[in-house]
Ligand binder design. Sequence first.
Ligand SMILES: [Zn+2]
Length: 66
Amino acid sequence: MPIIPLRPNDRIQLKKPHPCGNHVFLVLRIGSDVRIVCEGCKRDMTVDRVKLEKSIKKVLPLDEQG
Ligand SMILES: [Zn+2]
């Protein structure tokens, strides 16, 4: 599986929704862990990068942002 290039401010759709029902998360910070914030309830969390990459369904294109 190719490495997904993530950058801060990318919006990602995860396979598993957040408990609030939302699927889309905003990337805040990238490192060995990635900090993301749920767009539904605005809660942020820190996820292991490898685990996060496995749970990404897709990275939303820039023209879907805004
Ligand atoms: Zn949420």
